[in-house]
Design a protein around this ligand. Structure first.
Ligand code: SAM
Length: 280
């Protein structure tokens, strides 16, 4: 069994039994550190079983809901459910990086892949950066349904912001999106060993010539390095940025000193920029 399948099985067992006794130290550690607390929540509103979080992005509100946390056996037997657990730190950092580069997204076509239950980065770009079109995707149907609810609640126009189930290993779907996007976003999607190669191929295929991918993920046991070496087999111009912001760098240093649960290999998100050259 591959490392990512094993990881998912351990998490699934733990969720079913509500016990962490069978989890590895790494699994527990991944879940212990959840946030760099970069985005203030102005208010929380309870709507039936669901809590809406009103995130303040500058002066703009983005309403975000999490999926109902009841996990069924069907969920666990189905598509990977890790995107329905929380907004992971890499997604937070991806959002932060995007919002620090707002003009880049103006009038651009954007896709987020593996965006989980919120596609937070893509939706933050949608509210803040005047993109032409934003497509929020994940392979997990429950995540995509939740994103559909979020899009509706924020009154995004359908021709500007949409969501769809998209599995990057489905080559027919990937081909259907060939050369469609100026910018691709992805956070914490590199630990799936069995589909890493397909992800690289999908990014290359989906991006237009001259397109750019922002990928954020922790180094996690060599998975980031392995992804980079797979990217090198394509013609990507690869730019790895370990220190992308002084505020995050300071927070990271403080966490290393003060938080016993913080493990940089598992928790510190690294930014990769992949440029697809324009062919002459
Ligand atoms: C750790 S979660 C990250 C979710 C979100 N980006 C975040 O950081 O909060 C990994 C995500 O990748 C998605 N995923 C895994 N394999 C996939 C595939 N082959 N195609 C599309 N999405 C996939 C999962 O459904 C999950 O939402």
């Amino acid at each position: 069994m591959s490392a990512s399948k094993k990881r998912w099985k351990i998490l699934a067992d733990a969720l079913l039994t509500r016990s962490i006794s069978s989890e590895s130290e790494e699994e527990v550690s991944v879940r212990r550190f959840r946030s760099f607390d970069l985005f203030p929540v102005q208010s929380k509103i309870l709507d039936g079983d669901v809590t809406w979080h009103y995130f303040l992005l500058g002066s703009t509100i983005l309403k975000i809901r999490e999926v109902d946390k009841t996990v069924t056996k069907e969920d666990l037997a189905g598509f990977n459910n890790s995107g329905n657990v929380c907004i992971w730190p890499s997604e937070e950092i991806l959002t932060y990086v995007c919002l620090n580069n707002e003009p880049l997204f103006e009038r651009k076509t954007i896709i987020e892949v593996g965006g989980g239950m919120t596609c937070f980065a893509a939706l933050a770009v949608a509210v803040k950066s005047f993109p032409k079109y934003v497509l929020c995707t994940d392979g997990n149907e429950r995540s995509v349904q939740n994103v559909a609810n979020i899009i509706k609640a924020n009154d995004f126009p359908a021709q500007k912001v949409a969501t769809a189930t998209f599995d990057w290993t489905d080559m027919e779907r990937v081909e259907g999106l060939r050369n469609q996007f100026d910018i691709l976003l992805s956070a914490d999607c590199l630990f799936f060993e069995e589909s890493r190669k397909a992800l690289v191929k999908a990014i290359w295929t989906i991006l237009k010539d001259g397109g750019l991918a922002f990928i954020v993920a922790p180094a996690r046991g060599g998975s980031l390095d392995n992804f980079i070496s797979m990217c090198q087999t394509y013609n990507f111009i690869i730019h790895r940025v370990d220190t992308y912001d002084s505020i995050i760098a300071n927070r990271h240093e403080k966490l290393c000193l003060e938080n016993m649960s913080y493990n940089p290999d598992l928790h510190y998100p690294i930014l990769l920029k992949l440029s697809k050259p324009i062919l002459k």
